[in-house]
Design a protein around this ligand. Structure first.
Ligand code: NAD
Length: 734
């Protein structure tokens, strides 16, 4: 059966229904596009048809977007000229949508033509909103859960099926910018007040309202096809427009630091498109879109942030065991982490027992949820009823007996083996025999902690990042004896709380912290070499890291850095090779400069805690060298420090799937998202060049940059990580 079907009713209204076969939400592929075109052609040619309604056969949604494999298909179909294939494919998409928009009108007089309404039962994203934008009037069912918008920029592309050009011409560049540049999504009412759509109607009146409009003989020509059209807010050479574009250009560069090709290309499409007639603007949009699609960064971002992220969330690496949905979770320790975990669990509808050693501490942990919910109420995102519902799910207590009936425990007490062992024993005495026990430790080996458990196969690590309610990644760690049910339980729990999981094996610092620590250390080490701290910080940000290594150290606290350094040294003995960075951290700690929390660290802060600049004491102790390294040299040191650790984690079997390595790096510690993650970055560089760079860095700076054997072998064979370790089932590194 086709995805698009058409039926004309007795009043002459052709209803085109989109219903992607075998999917819960509509997505557009090339076959479906051809079907849509055939339906439109037929409706326009048929004299019995007075007007058209495009709608969806899916309850509560119009469409989720484009099937991103289409892009790969267009490239493939064009053989050795993929850019041509993309350009032709995209221009064809424009032709189809333009056909809807012109609807048979006379090109000179704009007379004739058939009205086309879009009736959206709910969510319309990406192409699922670009198609409505090409229709003459957009009706949306009053469904507060629906999301409407153009989120393409979030995965490294931009709306390239006319959405960019139409939205800017509809509302002006300035008003369109949050929707295009930030991928802002709106519920129907907000979309209406923003001017994205035309009407919000009760769900059961959606089709009737659209039909009334179609039969009302409305004027259908779009403003940009009228003579004398002026862009709202002014075109680039209008004084107001000039200000918009100068401002937008600076803002985009400030936010993206020039590393995201999509934002720049989008702005270029908008600017150049605004100077020319509509049909030429579509060509300009297409050309910029192709440019972005041909950029390896976009392909890598789509792969990691869309395809692989979704695959992991859907359980790509979940063992094949029965559903393990969590009903009642016991959380041990109501401190910073425990309180956050309690909130996200209760918010997802799970009953929570929140335990602490003292009742006031348990209550304080629960009040953390209250604080977040109150903030939600003040922003009109949460209702009083919802707040009460969530709080009612949390029992704050010191009584371990309350843990009876919990099917999952998440332990978040002090980072101390003895304390953790104590609570493990106490808890196992109460919980059902088949319950799973998880620890949120950030540094202690899971296998070691599992020794306190009578059921080590039911013992696992579930490592959250701080702040729990904001961070999207959860690292699940298998100890030596962890069984499949525990892994499935952890994955099902992470799915329930709507975060992205990666599953790794037990080793020092697991995966995320293992990679981020060398980044910090490399930055701090450079300070001792006389590299300008300002250069270090800016080099990091200009290569897409959210925080420079010195700022990151201040944020996570200098004393934590010292604690980790001491523990690592104790564990590694003679292999430990980080004296240079430690010297700086130990000195700052001695000076009482513990980072943001003490209003003093690598940076100076004012009384209100505002970061001012690098503290002058740094330059007094570590004189800046006259000769400073190049920006690229600093960036390579900072990035290779992380990606080599990721390669070692893969080699050691800590990572089993490079998709998890890439997705985890971006969501866990913000590794240069434009690159698609550490493995994607190495693939963009090419393994031969990456190995060559490592050789050079190792020669100049030391063995920590030595090319790992796996990378050397791949470089010799000219292999890429995604080529060798593939995707899907074959992605296991083993
Ligand atoms: P915290 O000090 O804020 O909270 C620990 C809580 O555990 C305190 O409220 C304490 O009263 C309680 N507690 C201690 N002993 C207890 C016992 N015997 N019974 C019941 N409650 C007890 O610490 P935190 O930052 O929330 O960290 C908790 C765990 O999470 C640690 O293992 C830590 O390594 C890990 N972790 C922390 C972070 C982070 O960024 N802070 C990130 C990931 C993981």
């Amino acid at each position: 059966m086709a995805d698009f079907t058409m039926k004309t009713d007795a009043d002459g209204v052709a209803i085109i229904t989109w219903d992607t076969q075998g999917k819960s939400m509509n997505v557009l592929n090339l076959d479906a596009l051809a079907e849509l075109e055939a339906c439109i052609d037929e409706a326009l040619a048929d004299d019995a048809v007075k007007g058209v309604i495009v709608t969806s056969g899916k309850e509560g949604s119009f469409a989720g977007g484009m099937d991103l494999n289409v892009i790969a298909k267009m490239k493939e179909m064009a053989g050795d000229n993929p850019a041509r294939g993309l350009m032709d494919g995209i221009m064809h998409m424009h032709t189809v949508l333009r056909k809807i928009e012109r609807a048979g009108m006379d090109p000179k007089t704009n007379k004739g033509g058939k009205p086309v309404a879009c009736a959206m039962p709910g969510t319309g994203l990406g192409i699922g909103f670009e198609i409505p934008l090409a229709c003459h009037r957009i009706f949306v069912a009053d469904n507060p859960k629906a999301k409407i918008g153009l989120p393409e920029i979030m995965v490294g592309i931009f709306p390239g099926a006319g959405g960019t050009t139409r939205l800017v011409r509809k509302m002006g560049a300035m008003t369109a910018s949050p929707f295009l540049l930030e991928g802002k999504l709106s519920d129907p009412k907000k979309a209406l007040s923003a001017g994205l759509i035309d009407e919000v109607v009760p769900a059961d009146e959606l089709m009737a309202k659209a039909k009334d409009w179609v039969l009302s003989e409305p004027r259908i020509v779009q403003p940009w096809d009228e003579k004398g059209y002026k862009m709202p807010g002014g075109a680039p050479y209008h004084p107001a427009g000039f200000m918009t574009f100068v401002g937008a250009s600076a803002m985009v560069h400030g936010k993206t630091k020039g590393v995201y090709p999509a934002a720049k290309a989008l702005l270029q499409a908008v600017y150049e498109g605004a100077l020319v007639p509509f049909d030429t603007a579509l060509k300009v949009e297409a050309r910029n879109f192709v440019n972005v699609l041909m950029n390896p960064s976009s392909a890598a971002m789509i792969r990691s942030l869309f395809i692989n992220k979704e695959a992991l969330e859907k359980g790509a690496n979940r063992p094949d065991v029965a559903d393990q949905t969590v009903r009642r979770v016991g959380i041990l320790g109501a401190g910073m982490m425990g309180a956050g975990i309690a909130y996200v669990s209760a918010n997802a509808g799970i009953e929570v027992v929140l335990i602490d050693a003292r009742q006031d501490a348990a209550d304080k942990g629960k009040s953390y949820s209250e604080g977040i919910l109150d903030k939600g109420i003040s922003r009109k995102k949460v209702t009083e009823e919802k707040k009460q519902e969530v709080l009612d799910r949390i029992t704050a207590t010191t009584d371990y007996a309350a843990l009876e009936g919990c099917d999952l425990i998440v332990e978040a007490v002090f980072e101390d083996v003895g304390v953790k062992a104590g609570v493990t024993e106490k808890t196992e005495a109460v919980i059902p025999a088949d319950a799973i026990f998880a620890t949120n430790t950030s540094t202690l080996p899971i296998t070691e902690l599992a020794k306190a458990s009578k059921r080590p196969d039911q013992f696992i690590g579930i490592h959250f990042f701080s702040p729990v309610d904001k961070m999207l990644l959860v690292e699940i760690i298998k100890g030596e004896k962890t069984g499949d049910v525990a892994v499935a339980k952890a994955l099902d729990f992470v799915r329930q709380i709507r975060k992205t999981p990666i599953v790794v094996n037990d080793a020092r610092f697991f995966y995320a912290n293992r990679c981020i620590i060398p980044y910090i250390n490399e930055g701090v080490r450079m300070v001792t070499e006389g590299v300008s701290p300002v250069l270090i910080e800016n080099a990091a940000k200009l290569v897409g890291m959210p925080l420079g290594p010195l700022q990151l150290t201040d944020e996570t606290s200098i004393d934590l850095g010292v604690k980790i350094a001491k523990a690592t040294r104790a564990a590694m003995g003679d292999d430990y090779d980080n004296d240079a960075a430690d010297e700086v951290l130990f000195w700052l700690e001695g000076e009482g400069r513990l980072g943001r929390k003490s209003n003093a660290g690598f940076y100076a802060y004012d009384d209100k805690g505002k970061r001012e600049g690098i503290w002058e004491g740094i330059a007094a102790k570590y004189k800046e060298a006259d000769d400073q390294p190049s920006l690229t040299e600093v960036q390579h040191r900072l990035l290779f420090a992380q990606v080599l650790e990721a390669v070692r984690a893969l080699k050691d079997g800590v990572l089993e799937d490079i998709r998890e390595g890439d997705v985890g790096a971006i969501l866990g510690w913000g590794f240069a998202p434009w690159s698609g993650g550490p493995f994607s970055w190495l693939d963009i560089l090419g393994t031969p060049y990456a190995a060559e760079r490592c050789d050079e860095l190792a020669k100049t700076y030391g063995d920590r940059f030595a090319t790992p054997a796996l990378l050397r072998e791949m470089a010799d064979k000219g292999q890429s990580f995604y080529g060798r370790f593939g995707e899907g089932v074959d992605s296991k590194a083993a």
